[in-house]
Design a protein around this ligand. Structure first.
Ligand SMILES: Cc1cc2nc3c(=O)[nH]c(=O)nc-3n(C[C@H](O)[C@H](O)[C@H](O)COP(=O)(O)O)c2cc1C
Length: 201
């Protein structure tokens, strides 16, 4: 029998591989998702942690081709690929149910993306909150109208999901921004130290 730590190291390795491989996919094949795949994706979203377990999120699944085509106009740019996705998950939350609804909904959205990657599917986040359509309408309002979403819900984003047309290059670990990491206290770049009163002799 394998020791317990074997399984821990296996799990940790595979998560690291997952987040290294995950890149935004904006080109999808025409292959549909199976019902089982959709259920696995949704289970991941519903397992997302939320402040005080308030679970303020709601999700609308869009797989209707005409609705996907119209959803692609929710923003002036960077949303066209929704039209070719097999599934678009509209991630919403109720601000009255949680004062940190944005965080709660964002975590559920990234859970969806990571679950998609784990299944070999591609996905891309399409920002809706604080964005506008080509005609200047709030993207949130456009999506509300298109999908009959109740007024009390706010739309954070849409996660477009489908089979990848091509595999993208994984993260290049040699480009990680280590300068963003600070040990114990914030470390200012050398050139600004003097202005901050640091480094004076
Ligand atoms: C909050 C947020 C908003 C984003 N909005 C969009 C978007 O509207 N359209 C889009 O094509 N990609 C969007 N993305 C995807 C980013 O452009 C992408 O994650 C980033 O460029 C890094 O690339 P990678 O995901 O391939 O690592 C968004 C990502 C995040 C986290």
């Amino acid at each position: 029998m394998r020791p317990f730590f074997y399984f821990i190291s296996y799990i940790m390795e595979s998560f690291n591989e997952l987040i290294t491989k995950r890149r935004s996919t904006r080109k999808f094949t025409a292959k549909e998702l199976t019902q089982d795949e959709v259920v696995i994706l949704l289970k991941a979203a519903l397992k997302a942690p939320a402040s005080k377990r308030s679970n303020p999120w709601q999700f609308v699944l869009v797989d209707d081709k005409e609705l996907l085509r119209q959803l692609a106009f929710c923003k002036e740019q960077s949303a066209q690929f929704i039209a070719d996705a097999a599934l678009a998950v509209v991630v919403m939350a109720d601000p009255l149910a949680s004062d940190v609804w944005i965080e709660d909904a964002a975590i559920a959205a990234i859970y969806l993306q990571l679950q998609a990657e784990d299944m070999g599917l591609g996905s891309c986040w399409v920002q809706v909150r604080e964005r506008y359509t080509a005609t200047g309408m709030a993207s949130d309002e456009y999506v509300h109208g298109l999908l009959d979403i109740p007024l009390q819900l706010q739309v954070l984003c849409i996660i477009a999901i489908g089979h990848k047309e091509a595999e993208r290059r994984p993260f290049d670990e040699s480009n990680l921004q280590w300068e963003k990491i600070h040990l114990n206290k914030y470390s200012y770049p050398k050139e600004t130290r003097h202005e901050c009163g640091e480094g004076k002799q």
